[in-house]
Design a protein around this ligand. Structure first.
Ligand code: SF4
Length: 691
C-alpha cells in the first residue's frame, strides 16, 4: 500500500461500487477525500480496480446536492429549503394521499447502494408508517432470480462459498459474467488462477477477456443470447449420460423425489448436445468437453452474473446451476459452490434486510405468523399482511392511478429500469415523488422533492458482498449535507406518525441482529475485531460461516428443479439482430458517480459493438453513427466493429443518460421474480453517417 501522505486522516472502510466489497483505506483532509488505497488486510489483499482506487472525486464535486430541493409542481423550478421544511411538506402530502386514496397508494424503493442500516429503516418506514408492504429494491432488476432459485434449491438465497474457496477450485465455470469488467478484483484473481493452470470454462455470448486472452487457456462456449438454459441442460444431460455424477452425494444430501423427476426430464433427447448445438450455436463436441471437464474435476465451482438472471427464464438459468452443482456433489465443500457475483455493492445486504414486498429480513415471508409477531413486538405495530408490489408492478400501478406517492432512496430508475418511456409515464403520474440522491439525475426531473443523499465515504454502517461477507463502513468525512442519511429516514418516519429513535448506526444494527437469526450474535465490536465475517454468525458459528451447506442444506435436502428451455422471440426481417447489454470497467451503473471522475477520460460514451461481417454488409466502420431501433424506441450509438460477438448479435453498455439504451427494452420479465429481460432485445440497425 502506498500512502500519498496528502491526508491528515486515515479511515478504513469498504468500497461502495461493486459487489466484490473491497476493503479500502481513505486519506482525507478538511472534509475532502484526497486518496484511496487498498487495505492489505482485507479479503482483497490490497487490490482495487480503477473505480475503487481512483473514482472518488465525485464525492466533493460541485454538483452535489447538499440542501433539500422542493417544488409544488413539475412546471416550477426547485428552491432550496431546510430539511424540516422538506420533510414537513413530504409528510403532509403522503398523509393526504393516504386519506384521499388508501394506505396502499404509497410505495418506496430502497437501494442496493445504501447501507444495511438504511435499507432496514426504509422497509421499516414502509411497513410501520406507510402501513403496507409496497417496498422493493434494485435487487429486483438484477439478482432476484438468484434469491429465488438458490433459496428454493438450497434453503437460502445467497452464494455458498467465499473467495478463499474459489482459489481452491480445480475448475471454475463462469456463466454470463464479464468478470474482469463488472467485478474486476475477482476477475483478476480468476485470471491469475487460470494462468497458474486452473481449468476455466466460459459461457457467454461475448468473448470476454477471460475467454479470449492468449495467455489464458479457457474452454469458451459462445452461446446465442437467450440460450443459457438449453446449454446448461445439455451439459447436465452429458454428465448423466456419461455416468459422471456423484451418486453418493445425491442419495445422501438431495431430495430424491425431485431428483428422479429431474432425471426423467434431463435424459430426454431434446437436451442432447446434438440438438442443443442447433439452438445455442455451440459445437456439440465443445458442449461434451465442457461437461466432462467440469464433472471430472476434483473440485469445481460456478460463478455467474446478470447474463444468467436478466432473462425471462432467469430463475430457470439459476436452477440449471444449482442442479449442476448438486449433480456433481460440488457444494458444501472447499473449492466448490455456486456464487452469484452481485452487481452493486450491497445487493446481497439490501435483499437480506427484507426490502421486498413479500419478506422480512432474511427471506421470512410476511405471512409467517411467528415471524410477523416477532417484528410486531419489537416495532410495537400491527403489520399489514397483504403482499406488496414489485418495482414493475409499482410503475404499472402508478400509470393506473393506484400508486400516487413514492419515496425513492438512491435509485435512478428513469435511466436504469427497462422501457424508459413506460417509466417516464409512471413517474409523471405521481402526485408526490420524493428522491433521495447525491446529484440531480434523470429521475429527479420528475421529483417534487429531492433530499440530499450521502456517498459511501460519508457513512457508518455495514455492507454485505457477493460472498455473504459483512464489512464495516466507517465515515472518512462528515456528510456534506450536514445530516446522516439514516436520520433523514427516521425524521420522516416521525413526521408520518411513527417515531423511530436511534442515536447511532450501531443501535440500528442491534435491532437488525435481534430480528435476524443469521446475524444473531453479530455486533459492531465483533466486526471490528475480525475485520469482516460471513453470515450466518450465530451461537453455532461465532466466527461466521465461510462455506454453507456443509453437512446438510438449510432446507435439509437439496432440491432439483426441472428447467425446460423455452425459446425466445426469433429475429425476423423487421428486427433481425439480438441486442444484449453489459458493463464497462471504468463506470458504475448509471455513472452518476463515476462520470464525475477522470474515469470518463478512458470511457466517455456508450457504444455499439457490431460483428465484422454484419458491419461489412452494412458498410459500417468504427465510430460511424448507427441507429438502433426496437419496437419501443430508437437511439443512436457510435459503432465499434469487433469479432468478440457473433454475426446477428449486438452489444452495448448503458452507463450514460444519453442515448437512453434502456428505452429499447421491452416489459418482459423473469417468470418467477419480475426481473427485467435486459439481456435480450430484438432490434434493427442502420448506418446514419460518418462522424
Ligand atoms: Fe470497488 Fe468492486 Fe473495484 Fe473492488 S472490484 S475496488 S469493490 S469497484
Amino acid at each position: 500500500v502506498v500512502y500519498l501522505g496528502r491526508g491528515t486522516n486515515l479511515t478504513k472502510t469498504t468500497c461502495g461500487f461493486c459487489g466484490v466489497g473491497c476493503h479500502v483505506i481513505v486519506e482525507s483532509k478538511a472534509n475532502t477525500i484526497v486518496n484511496i488505497v487498498g487495505d492489505d488486510n482485507g479479503p482483497n489483499e490490497g487490490h482495487l480496480c480503477v473505480k475503487g482506487r481512483f473514482a472518488w472525486e465525485f464525492v466533493n464535486s460541485k454538483d452535489r446536492i447538499t440542501k433539500p430541493l422542493l417544488r409544488e409542481n413539475l412546471k416550477e423550478d426547485f428552491r432550496e429549503v431546510s430539511i424540516d421544511e422538506a420533510l414537513d411538506f413530504i409528510a403532509k402530502k403522503f398523509i393526504q394521499i393516504k386519506e384521499k386514496y388508501s394506505k396502499y397508494a404509497l410505495a418506496a424503493l430502497a437501494s442496493s447502494r445504501c447501507t444495511n442500516e438504511e435499507v432496514f429503516l426504509v422497509q421499516k418506514l414502509v411497513r410501520c408508517a406507510f402501513e403496507n408492504n409496497n417496498i422493493d429494491n434494485c435487487a429486483r432488476v438484477c439478482h432476484m432470480p438468484t434469491g429465488f432459485a438458490l433459496g428454493s434449491a438450497f434453503g437460502t438465497g445467497a452464494g455458498t462459498a467465499d473467495i478463499e474457496s474459489l482459489k481452491k477450485a480445480d475448475c471454475i465455470m463462469i456463466v454470463g459474467s464479464n468478470t474482469t469488467h463488472a467485478h474486476p478484483v475477482v476477475g483478476s484473481l480468476i485470471k491469475q488462477l487460470a494462468i497458474a493452470g486452473k481449468k476455466i470454462i466460459v459461457i457467454d455470448p461475448r468473448a470476454i477477456d477471460l475467454a479470449s486472452q492468449p495467455h489464458i487457456q479457457s474452454l469458451y462456449l459462445q452461446i446465442k443470447p437467450g440460450t443459457n438454459v438449453a446449454l446448461l441442460n445439455a451439459i447436465a444431460y452429458t454428465i448423466v449420460k456419461e455416468k459422471l455424477y456423484d451418486k453418493n452425494f445425491i442419495e445422501n444430501r438431495c431430495d430424491l423425489e425431485s431428483f428422479k423427476l429431474w432425471l426423467d426430464f434431463i435424459s430426454s433427447d431434446e437436451n442432447s448436445p446434438r440438438n442443443v448445438s442447433k439452438i445455442t450455436g455451440v459445437e456439440e463436441k465443445l458442449i461434451i468437453k465442457a461437461a466432462i471437464e467440469f464433472a471430472t474435476s476434483n473440485k469445481a465451482t460456478i460463478v455467474y452474473g446478470l447474463g444468467v438472471t436478466e432473462h425471462t427464464y432467469g430463475s430457470s438459468g439459476v436452477f440449471c446451476l444449482t442442479n449442476l452443482a448438486m449433480l456433481c456433489g460440488f457444494i458444501g465443500k472447499e473449492g466448490c459452490g455456486v456464487s452469484p457475483l452481485r452487481g452493486q455493492n450491497n445487493v446481497q445486504g439490501a435483499s437480506d434486510m427484507g426490502a421486498f414486498p413479500t419478506v422480512f429480513t432474511f427471506y421470512r415471508h410476511i405471512s409467517d405468523e411467528k415471524t410477523r409477531k416477532q417484528f410486531e413486538n419489537v416495532w410495537q405495530k400491527t403489520l399489514d399482511t397483504n403482499v406488496g408490489l414489485t418495482i414493475p408492478q409499482m410503475f404499472q400501478a402508478a400509470i393506473d392511478g393506484k400508486i400516487n406517492g413514492m419515496y425513492i432512496v438512491g435509485e435512478d430508475v428513469f435511466q436504469t429500469d427497462p422501457n424508459t418511456y413506460h417509466i417516464q409515464k409512471a413517474l409523471s403520474s405521481l402526485e408526490l415523488l420524493v428522491v433521495q440522491e447525491l446529484f440531480l439525475s434523470p429521475t429527479t426531473q420528475f421529483a417534487h422533492v429531492v433530499l440530499p443523499g450521502s456517498s459511501y465515504l460519508e457513512k457508518n454502517g455495514t455492507f454485505i458482498n457477493w460472498e455473504r461477507r459483512i464489512s464495516k463502513l466507517n465515515k472518512a468525512i462528515e456528510p456534506l449535507c450536514g445530516i446522516d442519511e439514516y436520520k433523514i429516514i427516521t425524521k420522516l418516519s416521525k413526521k408520518l406518525g411513527y417515531p423511530m429513535d436511534y442515536n447511532t448506526e450501531e443501535e440500528i444494527f442491534k435491532e437488525i441482529a435481534l430480528l435476524s437469526p443469521q446475524l444473531s450474535t453479530l455486533n459492531y465490536k465483533k466486526l471490528k475485531e475480525y475485520g469482516s465475517l460471513l453470515w450466518p454468525v450465530d451461537n453455532n458459528n461465532e466466527k461466521g460461516t465461510r462455506i454453507l451447506h456443509q453437512d446438510e442444506f438449510l432446507n435439509k435436502k437439496g432440491k432439483f428443479f426441472i428447467t425446460s428451455y423455452i425459446p425466445n422471440k426469433i429475429p425476423d426481417d423487421s428486427y433481425p439482430y439480438i441486442l444484449t447489454t453489459g458493463r464497462n470497467l471504468f463506470h458504475y451503473n448509471s455513472s452518476n458517480q463515476t462520470r464525475r471522475t477522470q474515469n470518463t477520460l478512458f470511457f466517455g460514451a456508450d457504444y455499439l459493438e457490431i460483428n465484422t461481417t454484419d458491419a461489412s454488409k452494412l458498410n459500417v466502420s468504427d465510430n460511424d453513427l448507427v441507429e438502433v431501433k426496437s419496437e419501443n424506441a430508437r437511439i443512436t450509438l457510435k459503432a465499434k466493429v469487433t469479432d468478440k460477438i457473433k454475426p446477428g448479435v449486438l452489444f452495448t453498455t448503458f452507463h450514460f443518460p444519453q442515448p437512453k439504451t434502456n428505452a429499447l427494452l421491452s416489459q418482459n420479465t423473469d417468470w418467477a421474480t419480475d426481473t427485467p429481460e435486459y439481456k435480450f432485445s430484438l432490434v434493427n440497425i442502420k448506418k446514419i453517417n460518418k462522424d
